[in-house]
Design a protein around this ligand. Structure first.
Ligand SMILES: N[C@@H](CCC(=O)N[C@@H](CS)C(=O)NCC(=O)O)C(=O)O
Length: 225
């Protein structure tokens, strides 16, 4: 049995969850909230060398990092594939996965999450509004324009859901949960794309499963119906 350690809400934890659901792999879930001091289990440093979530356990085998876990699950249960056979498609999927974690999360979703959720709700500190404005006005437009230019159908690469869609959309789930919205006049394809991926069976099930946690955090899931 697979165990995924993390938070249902987390951008990176959602990647192995959607992948496991898509591949019909049974898993159990262990909640670990790294931003809350002393929350991690006693052996957390051994399970997660970075202290970050997610971490997978498969029997005695332990694997951190969302991308490593998704690629492991791809080998364990190849169908349906989240990585294409075609070399160029394969390369593009890995690129979008890297862009999701290294750029969208790191420079947009993570700073917004710290300022919008962690500081006011968990640490009881004030939000740095100038930092939020800088992300929204100066950092995100280049990223959103780029994504808008890359979307030509239901999926980012090829004609089935890949790790690219799983990783990119996971960022925008949290973005919308925090109450931020994309400008429909500027990003119509991106908005339709996010809604389309979120409505697929596997993504929809993952989002349904995280409803109680989202509600308990007082987050806004109105964008997803
Ligand atoms: N490269 C890692 C990044 C994981 C990551 O940044 N996880 C976030 C949650 S989405 C986390 O653990 N944040 C807690 C912290 O920064 O202390 C992966 O893909 O798993």
């Amino acid at each position: 049995m697979l165990t995924i350690h993390g938070v249902p809400l987390s951008v990176h934890t959602r990647k192995p969850i959607v992948t496991a659901i898509l591949k019909k792999l049974d898993y159990t879930f262990e909640v670990v909230i790294p931003v809350i001091p002393d929350n991690p289990p006693a052996n957390w440093n051994t399970l997660s060398p970075t202290g970050l979530i997610p971490v997978l356990q498969d029997g005695g085998y332990t694997l951190p990092d969302s991308t490593a876990i998704c690629l492991y699950l791809e080998k364990k249960q190849p169908a349906p594939a989240i990585l294409p056979d075609d070399a160029k498609h394969y390369g593009r999927v890995l690129w979008f996965d890297a862009y999701a974690g290294g750029t969208i999360y790191r420079h947009v979703v993570h700073p917004l999450f710290i300022q919008t959720i962690v500081r006011p709700n968990i640490r009881k500190e004030s939000t740095d509004k100038a930092l939020v404005d800088d992300v929204l006005n100066n950092v995100q437009p280049k990223i959103l324009n780029y994504l808008e230019s890359q979307i030509s159908g239901k999926f980012l690469v090829g004609d089935t859901m890949t790790l690219a869609d799983i990783a990119i959309v996971s960022n925008f789930i949290v973005y919308h949960y925090m109450g931020y919205r994309l400008d429909a006049a500027k990003y119509p394809k991106l908005i339709a794309y996010i809604k389309g991926i979120a409505a697929t069976d596997a993504y929809g099930k993952a989002l349904d499963d995280e409803r109680p946690f989202v509600a308990s955090m007082g987050l806004d899931r109105s964008f997803f119906g």
